[in-house]
Design a protein around this ligand. Structure first.
Ligand code: GLU
Length: 385
């Protein structure tokens, strides 16, 4: 059996690109509208130590809404999901400044430049914008500038938000092909039940494979500042490990928690070990997609062909829904509505509709031009596991 502490140390020492997500509770100090500057200063020193080892580090930080609450008159006890969206967005507009200022000050003391990057789901769901954001992050990292990322809360609307930064951190990890995502939280990982309520709760240091049982162990977020909770961390972990990224959760509250995690085997954490992943960057991005532009429902023969590694041909398509263009991501479903794969459509919804059930050789006659033989090419597709 793997020595758990040893494997966390090993993984972090081998990782070249690391995303560190910091929860609101850690960023905010005892004053409602101020950052915990001494904690941030210690974190910046720990990040510098990683940089000095040649690693690239990206920070994903929450705290915008938490630090803007006071200005908006939102009670400290109101759970984030009970705050009306417009108030959250306004709070974030106030608080994000304080969050970034805190990081800027902490790193400036060490002569390290920071860059504020605010992302929306849309920026990462579009392949070209995703590549753009990736290039921006790589350009910063090459110069040892630390990107401090948050969701652009003021423009993200309810239905299309990441909502919690656990998910955003993993998405950023997928974007920059990170080796590990570390979630600095208020709990040192996954327990068999809620350790605050159950004294028998056992800590789980290594999760080689995420099972239904693990998913049940993740409760919801507790009231207060956090949006995530263990449930969202497990959802994030499922997505991370499928893309070949290790995900580690640890209690970030003690000063220098990151240094302890990297250097001391006794520092408690839970590590979700990544699966072997031979998907291309484009396929990883596709697999993590939240908002496909349409749905293509296929027959059993086509499902079998997909599982044998074949492309999706028009002949296997039963129906086409949505309004997508050529090159847009689409969900491929079976007749019962289950997701079989995500893929990039070689045809628009209108053309796909005209081609459904037809042989590929008929394409030029039907459309009046000779396009691709396949509706979704194998290389532009990722199957659900
Ligand atoms: N983007 C939110 C904020 O800065 C954080 C969401 C979360 O709690 O993860 O307040």
């Amino acid at each position: 059996m793997t020595d758990p502490a040893h494997s966390t140390l090993d993984i972090l020492s081998e990782a070249k690109i690391i995303v560190i997500k910091i929860g609101s509770v850690l960023v905010r100090g005892s004053e409602l509208d101020q950052v915990n500057q001494s904690w941030l200063d210690a974190l910046a020193q720990d990040v510098k130590a990683l940089q000095d080892q040649g690693k690239k580090v990206v920070i994903v930080s929450s705290g915008g809404i938490a630090l803007g609450r006071k200005a908006l008159g939102i009670s400290p006890n109101t759970a984030p999901d009970k705050i009306p969206l417009a108030q959250k967005q306004a709070a974030s507009a106030v608080g994000q400044f304080h969050v970034f200022h805190g990081y800027h000050d902490a790193f400036e003391k060490l002569d390290i430049i920071t860059a504020q990057v605010l992302l929306t789901v849309g920026d990462t769901e579009n392949w070209r914008m995703n590549l753009n954001a990736r290039e921006t992050l790589y350009t910063l990292l090459e110069r040892n500038i630390i990107p401090v990322i948050n969701e652009n809360d003021t423009v993200s609307t309810g239905e299309i938000r990441f909502g919690d930064n656990d998910r955003l951190a993993v998405r950023v990890g997928q974007m920059i092909l990170a080796d590990a995502v570390v979630l600095l939280s208020t709990i040192d990982g996954l327990f068999t039940s809620d350790p605050q309520k159950d004294p028998q709760a056992k800590h789980i240091p290594v999760i080689d494979q995420i099972t239904e049982e693990h998913i049940k162990m993740g409760g919801d977020a507790t009231a207060g500042l956090s949006t995530g909770g263990m449930k969202s961390k497990i959802t994030a972990a499922i997505s991370a490990i499928k893309s070949g990224i290790h995900l580690i959760i640890t209690d970030g509250r003690p000063s220098h928690a990151l240094k302890d995690l990297c250097e001391h085997a006794e520092k408690r954490s839970s590590i979700f070990i990544s699966q072997y992943c031979d998907l291309s960057a484009r396929q990883k991005w596709l697999g993590a997609h939240m908002q496909p532009k349409g749905v293509i429902t296929i027959d059993d023969g086509a499902i079998q062909a997909l599982h044998k590694g074949k492309s999706l041909l028009p002949v296997g398509v039963k129906s086409v829904d949505g309004d997508f263009k050529r090159g847009d991501p689409v969900e491929i479903r079976d007749g019962l509505g289950n997701r079989i794969a995500m893929g990039i459509s070689a045809y628009s919804a209108e053309d796909a509709n005209r081609l459904k059930g037809k042989q590929s050789r008929e394409i030029p006659d039907i459309l009046g031009f000779a396009g691709r033989d396949v509706l979704v090419h194998r290389n532009d597709m990722v199957l659900e596991v």
